[in-house]
Ligand binder design. Structure first.
Ligand code: TXA
Ligand code: MG
Length: 311
């Protein structure tokens, strides 16, 4: 399903300014964008995805100056933004008075998740649209996130226009960090490893406890679900499809290897695409090899556990 009329950044910006949806590439995954200041436009994100209304959206900004119109940045929050933006980090901060964002975009919370994506087309689009863009991952709610324009088109059966920027170089969603006084709390593991933030800032990044007061409302146990069932195991069984990591056992069935050399960056980049591919074979079960729980392994394992969760 290739696109007979590829869009330019200007086409996409015109759609967004007119209150329409448009999917666009970021370094993590494709986002389903809408003007974050237009309540009707944001509402159609929830409707198109079938997303629960209690689940707030990430607001994408062209730069830190734009982000500062919407939230109060403490000195620690500003250090975080200056260290990692543009990049795969969403920062949860208190909303500012008169912020102008649609309430539905933040699901009525008094905080907002902000990020500046590290992708030339996304940044061009934000500048051309000249407004903040609310953008969840561009997939029907609960399904695998898309890392190519083709996956977006298939996911929504061609009903959503897509600005094509090729495959996403990170492949898993942004890390979400809440700034709470002098504490940093990771609400979602993602493409920026916790250790990297700690190393750069010299501040501990805590992992949000299950059910704690500060949390990301969208972190549902069953999520990122392929049609096939998933099973975490080193050894695939006959009839299954296999998602390997590192040295893989001999296996006659359909296999993809996240990274033969055991490189976690490569594995993150391949994760959703390979799950999409294995799912498309029609296998009823996908066996997945274990991944070490360090660095980007934290985000990869988080996605795999949710994909494997009972539905
Ligand atoms: O990489 C990404 O972050 C991608 C690209 C498109 O930027 N976007 C993305 O959005 O993953 P989405 O909607 O799939 O995930 C947003 C997450 C949800 O878990 C939501 O609950 C959380 O962010 N979130 C948004 N606003 C929040 C807030 N104020 N407090 C806590 N969590 C928030
Ligand atoms: Mg998502």
């Amino acid at each position: 399903m290739s696109d007979p009329f590829p869009m330019t950044v200007e086409d996409a910006a015109a759609l967004l300014r007119a209150g329409k949806l448009c999917a666009f590439p970021t370094e993590t995954v494709y986002g389903l964008g809408a003007d974050a200041t237009n309540a009707d436009a944001v509402l159609s994100i929830y409707e198109t995805k079938g997303r629960p209304r209690f689940n707030p959206l990430i607001i994408h900004c062209a730069d830190l100056a734009m982000a500062e119109r919407f939230a109060s940045f403490s000195p620690l929050a500003r250090r975080l933004a200056e260290s990692f933006w543009p990049g795969p980090l969403s920062i949860v901060l208190p909303l500012r008075d008169g912020h102008g964002l649609a309430d539905i975009a933040t699901a009525g919370l008094d905080t907002v998740a902000l990020r500046v994506p590290d992708h030339p087309l996304a940044l061009d689009l934000l500048r051309a649209a000249d407004r903040p863009l609310a953008a969840p991952s561009a997939n029907p709610s609960g399904k695998l996130s898309p890392t190519t324009a083709e996956q977006v088109r298939r996911g929504f059966s061609g009903r959503v226009p897509v600005l094509d920027g090729g495959p996403c170089k990170r492949g898993v969603e942004s890390t979400i960090v809440a700034v709470d006084g002098d504490r940093l709390i990771q609400l979602r593991a993602g493409a920026l490893a916790r250790e990297e933030i700690e190393h750069r800032l010299g501040v501990e990044v805590e992992r949000a406890a299950e059910g704690s007061a500060i949390s990301a409302p969208g972190m549902l146990l069953s999520h990122y679900a392929p049609n096939a069932h998933m099973r975490l195991d080193t050894t695939p069984r006959p009839g299954e499809a296999f998602l390997a990591f590192g040295a893989a056992p001999d296996f006659a069935g359909t296999t993809r290897n996240l990274s033969e050399t055991g490189d976690l960056h490569e594995a993150a980049r391949n994760l959703f695409s390979m799950l999409h591919e294995l799912d498309a074979t029609g296998a009823t079960t996908i066996a997945v090899a274990p991944i070490p729980e360090t660095g980007l392994g934290e985000a990869i394992n988080d996605r795999l556990r949710r994909a494997a969760a009972p539905r």
